[in-house]
Design a protein around this ligand. Sequence first.
Ligand code: 13P
Ligand code: SF4
Length: 354
Amino acid sequence: APSDPDLVERARAAKAKLGEKVFVLGHHYQRDEVIEFADVTGDSFKLARDAAARPDAEYIVFCGVHFMAESADILTGDDQQVILPDLAAGCSMADMATAEQVAECWDRLAEAGVAEVTVPVSYMNSSADIKAFTGRHGGTICTSSNAKRALDWAFEQGEKVLFLPDQHLGRNTAVRDMGMSLDDCVVYNPHKPNGGLTDEELRGARMILWRGHCSVHGRFSLESVNDVRERIPGVNVLVHPECRHEVVAAADHVGSTEYIIKTLEAAPAGSKWAIGTELNLVRRLANRFADQGKEVVFLDKTVCFCSTMNRIDLPHLVWALESLAAGKVVNRIQVDKETEHFAKLALERMLALP
Ligand code: 13P
Ligand code: SF4
């Protein structure tokens, strides 16, 4: 549906009033009505860098989810304030690893005698607490656009990796990009005694994968890939690495949201693409490339929005911008100093990856 013209006008006016004081970041999964007001758009890696590259903006309005706003707060100056237009915009995957569970897991690795040779690598999609744990234990953060480089680095530091919290990104990177086998990976289940793993299994593994996943990307199946290949002969299947291993293994191309966009930009006219990622992005790409004769379809038959990304809508954005323009800071995301210190260590290791 087209955006309410009154709200569009109010968002414009509030942004104009704030001028250089405000910088609006929009993740690629955001609604069109929100993307329209983003000063930059990007994948999680690009947005983290862009937030850090704006030291003059007093307010960073983050149109994305909670862990992204936390990361922006960690990477920006103390005098800068990061705003998340709806505090309920979380990420179910990030919620699958709590600080207590991860501390317990580390004790379990110590008990099996492997903690000393294990390096934690945490996906950006994790709370600031998990990032701090990662920093404290000599590990790095990664995103879907640098996961291989992060793992290469980690295996120079130790013999094993504890990959948090997305088992799929961990497994897909290990097997698809690093030449490991599925047998090199074990899954640590925080809800089972001992993580559901014997000492022997922990000692034999190279990748210890946390049992987390993205419910949006988990919807794509091997069947959806086979169906679309049958429906659209010659189609290229392009999926996000948060998809399950069998989906990634059957796809033609795999990468982050930014990679997906770049790939379509470079694709020849007349080519056909089935995309396995969040629907706001796929719809936007389908519209954008239709004029250029590139056919872009959604990989699955059922709708697949990220419900928490979608919580940021134009009314919330208008409310945040108008509040700031009136001198009132709302929904500030602020990570405590100690957490920030160690989380920043881990994030800076990521930013320094070759
Ligand atoms: P990227 O934009 O880094 O590919 O991440 C996708 C995602 O799920 C963010 O939550
Ligand atoms: Fe989290 Fe998945 Fe939504 Fe990304 S798409 S924010 S991983 S729930």
